[in-house]
Design a protein around this ligand. Structure first.
Ligand SMILES: *Cc1c(COP(=O)(O)O)cnc(C)c1O
Length: 396
């Protein structure tokens, strides 16, 4: 007989890495509500509400706005495999791990991939894309918030050159959505995807996707069927569109979770939500600066929700991260690729972006740095962060 594995007792964590981030308690409650059928009239109402709130968050009127069953990578795969047919050409901007992943997905879909590269921690200007766009690709893909480096890619300024070249603009907004403004219609984004576990205060499991009418025309006019049955938008459109025809069983309780998370974002107000992410970032940044910790991301394009900083000279990366987890319950992210062992990634995403997390992290970090060969003014980081908070009127 199979012996029972132990009961679940997950440790209480403060998730301040590159995602997943802290789940809001109201989202956890939503997950525990009773499961209904995926064609139950109640569930169809939930889908409608979710789509309307998601359009509001993406700032779009796109009818084809939905939540793909799967994590952010499933959203990436959805937009790429539906827009690309074998031998189509696609420009992919690579300045970190997720741009590289998009290029891999596009290659697997049979695209002729043209990679444009920038150093890690930097972003692309319209000039950087000129040469690649001169070949008139079908699609240009770019990551708005590169979670491996903390770089914040401006989208509006590249959109015109992409469309002038006759290409569709595809944007990865996995870490961007909810943390910084994302304007799908105003910036004329044709295909966009995100994830629930970064700035939306949800567990991982769904990928919010939106496709412009232009992108839908391309998809509906394909010469051959999408290779992936599960992610075929022409069939998903029958479930998420007017017809509500069964395609696959929707992840009902995760849909409740995203629904509640979107209610939270809209109740707070998008502008207030972005301002909160910015304020907590400014407090963290002031605190880190006060003890001599520098950002690895190029100045001027630092994401509020993902703070990538150099591990100070003489400090043991692994020892600090594991002590943060084991002694304080705080998870932060390690550096990836070229940044392995050199960079910490501190997330302030969604529900995790709050003063309590900033102050807890800074005081725990000071305690651990004090035990290492690193000299700094004790107490300076917490004081500097509090100074930032003191300069704004306290909210309830
Ligand atoms: C996290 C992330 C992804 C992948 O999402 P998963 O949910 O891990 O599949 C893609 N792009 C970016 C920018 C991300 O931060």
């Amino acid at each position: 007989m199979t012996s029972l594995a132990p009961e679940l007792h997950p440790p209480v964590r403060v998730l301040m890495g590159p995602g997943p981030s802290d789940t809001h308690p109201r989202v956890l409650e939503a997950l525990a509500k009773g499961t209904v059928g995926h064609l139950d009239p109640y569930y169809l109402e939930v889908m409608n509400g979710l789509q309307e709130m998601l359009r509001g968050l993406y700032r779009t009127a796109n009818p084809m706005t939905m939540a793909i069953s799967g994590t952010g990578s499933a959203g990436m795969e959805t937009v790429v495999v539906n827009l690309i047919e074998p031998c189509d050409s696609m420009v992919v901007c690579v300045n970190g791990v997720f741009g590289a992943r998009m290029a891999d997905v596009a290659e697997r879909a049979g695209a002729n991939v043209i990679k444009v590269e920038r150093p890690w921690g930097e972003v692309f200007t319209p000039d950087d894309l000129k040469q690649a766009l001169a070949s008139h690709p079908k699609v240009l893909g770019i990551v708005m918030a590169e979670t491996s480096t903390g770089a914040w890619q401006p989208i509006e300024e590249i959109s015109k050159s992409v469309h002038d070249a006759g290409a569709l603009l595809l944007v990865d907004a996995v870490t961007a959505l909810g943390g910084v403004p994302v304007e799908v219609d105003a910036w004329q984004i044709d295909a966009i995807y995100s994830g629930t576990q970064k700035c939306l205060s949800c567990p991982p499991g769904l990928s919010p996707v939106s496709l412009s009418p232009r992108a839908m025309d391309v998809i509906m006019g394909r010469k051959r069927k999408v290779q992936s049955w599960y992610l075929d938008v022409s069939m998903l459109a029958n479930y998420w569109g007017q017809n509500r025809v069964y395609h696959h069983t929707g992840p009902i309780n995760m849909t409740y979770a995203l629904y509640e998370a979107l209610r939270l974002v809209h109740a707070e107000g998008l502008e207030n939500c972005w301002a909160r992410h910015l304020l907590n970032h400014r407090a963290l940044r002031a605190g880190l600066a006060a003890i001599g910790i520098r950002y690895s991301t190029q100045d001027g394009c630092i994401l509020p929700q993902l703070n990538a900083v150099f591990v100070p000279e003489g400090v043991d990366d692994e020892a600090v991260r594991s002590a943060l987890l084991n002694r304080f319950g705080i998870e932060i992210g390690a550096g990836l690729g070229a940044y392995k062992g050199k960079v910490w990634r501190i997330g302030l995403m969604g529900y995790g972006s709050r003063p309590a997390n900033v102050l807890l992290f800074l005081s725990a970090l000071e305690q651990l740095l004090g035990e290492q060969a690193f000299r700094f003014a004790r107490g300076a980081s917490v004081a500097a962060a509090n100074e930032v908070y003191s300069a704004v009127p306290a909210s309830a």
